[in-house]
Ligand binder design. Structure first.
Ligand code: MN
Length: 235
């Protein structure tokens, strides 16, 4: 057992997300994200066809927890002039594993939440063009706002849920989780061949078409049917 008094500085706090109907919190381990997982979004990014799913990660401390009924804030990030919203269904893993079959994936899901994969699109685009990692576009501080996690039993039919995000009361993105190219179970199957999933892993499952820029002062209101709304202001 490591003696905490041997740390050279105070360790950062555990990032954790509230759980609907519980006083216990969900401790975050990793944040996985799926790229181009809705056909119309793949098209708007210049791609067509069903390619194998691919993944990137954000640091756990990029998560910005927004409690129910409140508006979270995120700072407009440095370096970018094109900061985009991506509304997404987030899967919260409760039981880890590797090489999980899609048919067994449900056994590994603790719950679901509404999330935003905030993206420095201009920097992501430059990295894509240069064949370099996306980190500077995607693994950005404060870039993973999330609402409370709803346990599976209370979440309803998430796989056929509408999802949307509005800015200033106007729809920016509106689609349905049923339009995922790789559904939640298939995503878990693929992801768990590459990494051993652990309790506390969040999976941002991808965004539908309509990604667009926000500026300082904008408030995004996003939702997934059955999982509540996520309000986030850019400051
Ligand atoms: Mn995304």
């Amino acid at each position: 057992m490591t003696n905490p008094s041997t740390y050279v500085f105070t360790p950062p706090p555990v990032v954790s997300v509230p759980v609907v109907g519980s006083s216990a919190r969900y401790a975050v381990h990793r944040v996985y994200c799926v790229g181009r997982n809705y056909e119309e979004h793949a098209k708007e990014m210049g791609f067509t066809g069903r390619e194998p799913p691919f993944f990137f990660l954000k640091p756990a401390d990029a998560v910005v927890v927004v409690d129910a009924g409140t508006t979270g804030t995120i700072p407009y990030p440095s370096l970018t002039k094109n900061f985009h919203h991506e509304i997404e269904l987030v899967v919260a893993i409760g039981t880890g594993g590797k090489n999980i079959l899609a048919a067994d994936a449900h056994k590994h899901i603790y719950g679901y939440a509404v999330g935003l994969d905030m993206t420095r699109r201009d920097l992501q685009g430059e990295m894509k063009k240069a064949g370099r990692p996306w980190c500077i576009g995607k693994a950005v501080d404060h870039s993973a706002p999330i609402g409370p996690i709803t346990p599976v039993a209370q979440a309803g039919d998430v796989n056929n849920a509408e999802l949307y995000v509005q800015v200033g009361g106007v729809d920016r993105q509106r689609s349905n989780v049923s339009k995922l190219i790789w559904n939640v179970a298939e995503t878990i199957e693929h992801l768990s061949t590459a990494w051993e999933l652990m309790p506390g892993d969040l999976i941002y499952t991808g965004t539908p078409e309509g990604v667009a820029a926000v500026v300082t002062g904008d408030t995004m209101v996003g939702g997934v049917a059955g999982l509540g709304e996520l309000h986030v202001k850019v400051v």
